[in-house]
Design a protein around this ligand. Structure first.
Ligand SMILES: Cc1ncc(COP(=O)(O)O)c(C=O)c1O
Length: 400
């Protein structure tokens, strides 16, 4: 494999980019652009790898579970596919997501719910669903949930005051340096447990999600997060499960190494196995990000001062992570033309200064009407897209 991102199901053959057994240029010619393509096999492989790592670490049998964070990608065929594989359940963060997951085949008992700032109406809507797995993130949520159904089991989302994120990017951290809205801090935890008891709610689970996109260099911080979590677990003798959130990252650029899952799971083993605690994980990125491509068409190619701009037919509003979180995208030409690589800046079709897909990236020569692919577009792209400048149109395809 020549490029850092190439793998068996995403590689060049005879100058053509292949993905999930298809020629990307053929897909683009037939179905147009902008289009997202998702590989079902890659998603299953990603989930399988995670299951294997947890089982190998000692969390075999019923001792672990994987909830897919559907906020990453809620494309209905993808959710129904996941249901049919039986490989995972769901993590949802709004009543609308819960109902969408149910419409795609999941039952309420297969949905773990963790959200923030819910309204009365949200709680009413959720409390009608028998078996929904609820994680409360505040005293307010415990009260609201307790008032609508005493005697249920709940999880408490905690805030361990340590954050983690790709390259320690603060924008990706849900706890840590600054005080955040997510979860209950140590200072209020006993109050939370007492409140749950008042409503006859049994706290059977501790939940945390402290940040996104972490890779192997961040595993020392991961260990700190896990260590902090133990204090909370040890306060409540009814806790049987820990939900360690999502946040497992995938490489975005050539310098990134894939997350070492064995080391990751080894940290969970060290702290949770001796306590006989079941581990749940709820990744979005790790399961679907590298299983998706965004295929675009090249419009204008023009040198302005010292920069060659490659303008494509979609902008940052279809995949906001580079603009919002500074997460780089790797552009890959669907056809590898002969010739030396050229340094270009890939930009979209939106009148905003931040509409830059990739700055100063070296690509094989491109001409107008070529197709250009953005890899790693399977998560937080279509699901976060907007109709800004009325440029919100795209198509999605699940490749089985
Ligand atoms: C509570 C919770 N769980 C899971 C996730 C999934 O995160 P990721 O896609 O980084 O794995 C998120 C994402 O923000 C989240 O807020």
């Amino acid at each position: 494999m020549e490029k850092w991102w190439e793998r068996d199901d995403l590689t060049y053959k005879d100058g053509q980019l292949l993905f999930a057994g298809r020629v990307v240029e053929d897909l683009a010619r037939q179905f147009g652009s902008p289009s997202f393509f998702y590989s079902a096999d890659r998603i299953s492989a990603n989930i399988g790898r995670l299951h294997a790592a947890l089982s190998d670490a000692g969390f075999g049998g019923g001792l672990h579970g994987v909830n897919y964070a559907m906020k990453a990608n809620r494309f209905a065929p993808l959710l129904t596919y996941l249901k049919t594989t039986g490989l995972c359940t769901i993590d949802a963060c709004s009543p609308q997501e819960v109902e969408h997951a149910i419409s795609c085949g999941f039952s309420p008992e297969e949905i773990s719910f963790t959200a923030t700032s819910l309204s009365n109406r949200d709680f009413e809507r959720l409390s009608r669903l028998d078996g929904l797995i609820m994680n409360c993130d505040s005293l307010y949520a415990i009260r609201q949930w307790g008032e609508r159904g005493a005697g249920r089991n709940i999880g408490i989302r905690i805030n361990p005051a340590v954050g983690i994120g790709r390259a320690q990017n603060e924008l990706l951290q849900y706890s840590g340096g600054r005080t955040t809205k997510f979860g209950i801090y140590r200072e209020q935890f006993h109050e939370a447990v007492d409140l749950a008891a008042q409503f006859g709610l049994t706290v059977e689970r501790i939940h945390f999600h402290t940040g996104c996109g972490y890779l192997t260099p961040q595993l020392a911080v991961w260990e700190k997060v896990v260590e902090e979590c133990l204090w909370f677990i040890d306060q409540v003798d009814t806790v049987r499960t820990v939900n360690v959130g999502g946040g497992l990252g995938v490489p975005h650029i050539f310098r990134d190494e894939p997350l070492d899952l064995e080391l990751w799971a080894g940290i969970l083993r060290k702290y949770f196995l001796p306590r006989n605690i079941r581990v749940e994980v709820e990744p979005g990125d790790y399961l679907v990000k590298d299983a998706g491509l965004l295929v675009l068409t090249v419009n204008a190619i023009e040198k302005k001062k010292d920069t060659i701009f490659v303008g494509v037919d979609a902008g940052f509003n279809l995949a906001v992570e580079p603009a919002v979180y500074g997460l780089p995208f790797q552009p890959v030409p669907a056809r590898r033309r002969q010739g030396d690589e050229v340094q270009v800046t890939v930009v979209g079709n939106i009148n905003e200064a931040l509409d830059v897909w990739s700055s100063e990236v070296s690509l094989t020569p491109l001409v107008s009407a070529d197709y250009l692919t953005l890899i790693n577009a399977g998560a937080y792209s279509s699901s976060m897209s907007s109709n800004h400048c009325m440029r919100g149109e795209f198509r999605e395809f699940l490749l089985l």
